[in-house]
Design a protein around this ligand. Structure first.
Ligand SMILES: C[S@@+](CC[C@H](N)C(=O)[O-])C[C@H]1O[C@@H](n2cnc3c(N)ncnc32)[C@H](O)[C@@H]1O
Length: 232
């Protein structure tokens, strides 16, 4: 069995090198999601992060950069971190001409801990990826980001599978008691809003929850969250 952090590396290697959405499984019935759906993700992400030209952004588990370079086309600089060497190679090859964006191969937690002190982020983004991390790593990551980077005001955790919608999603299929808890499963770990709130607030964050945009194909079973540094 591959480890959770190896799954996308193995999958990407089986895809065409320009099948950017296929490589990160942004597909419905095996076909890349529509350009309209991508535009909805980009607009919602920019709005929820309240992006400004002066922002320094961390894109955690950035995959092949296909989303990164579109969401962050007008900020000061971006560091994208992903554990998959193939996906980062694709990011550098196809989206590396934008010199404001640096792509790094590393585990998300190790990569964040290795950031140079002068690269403190003002915004952070983790899209479609929380669910593929072991829960202990999520807690450590949320806490480290809160404690180490006081300048970090908004951290969007997008495209989270909602545990409260899991049974309806799987319809009548019988589920094992463990379903929804395995970061190595196709959809990964499902989080109710209450669970995510509890984890994030224990690490210091306030949390905003947002519906995914109307018209997005996963609107009915996923949500977006923004971890916010409250006033002290
Ligand atoms: C569904 S893809 C999302 C990629 C990108 N954020 C996007 O939305 O297009 C999930 C990504 O999480 C990455 N990933 C999984 N575990 C990781 C870890 N421990 N550290 C860094 N990246 C990880 C995978 O390599 C993969 O690129």
């Amino acid at each position: 069995m591959p480890k959770p952090e190896e799954i996308y590396e193995l999958h990407a290697a089986s895809c065409n090198e320009e099948d950017f959405w296929g490589q990160v499984k942004r597909t419905v019935n095996g076909k890349p999601i529509s350009e309209e759906n991508i535009a909805l993700i980009v607009e919602q992400s920019r709005n929820l992060l309240q992006l400004q030209k002066s922002d320094h952004v961390l894109d955690l588990c950035c995959g092949n950069g296909a989303l990164t370079h579109r969401v962050f086309d007008d900020v000061e600089d971006v560091i994208g971190i992903d554990v998959s060497p193939s996906l980062i190679a694709t990011a550098r090859k196809f989206f590396g001409s934008d010199k404001r964006i640096e792509y790094v191969v590393d585990d998300v937690l190790q990569g964040v801990k290795a950031l140079a002190p002068d690269r403190a982020p003002s915004k952070a983004y983790m899209y479609g990826s929380l669910q593929y991390l072991p829960q202990g790593k999520v807690v450590e990551l949320f806490k480290f980001l809160f404690d180490r980077f006081p300048e970090l005001t908004r951290f969007m955790v997008g495209n989270v599978p909602d545990r409260q919608k899991k049974d309806a999603f799987y319809n009548s299929k019988s589920l094992s008691p463990d379903a929804g808890n395995d970061p190595a499963s196709p959809i990964g770990v499902w989080y109710s809003k209450a669970e995510l709130f509890e984890i994030a607030s224990e690490c210091g964050w306030d949390v905003e929850f947002h519906q995914m945009p109307d018209g997005h194909h996963a609107h009915h079973y996923r949500y977006d969250a923004v971890l916010v540094r409250g006033s002290v």
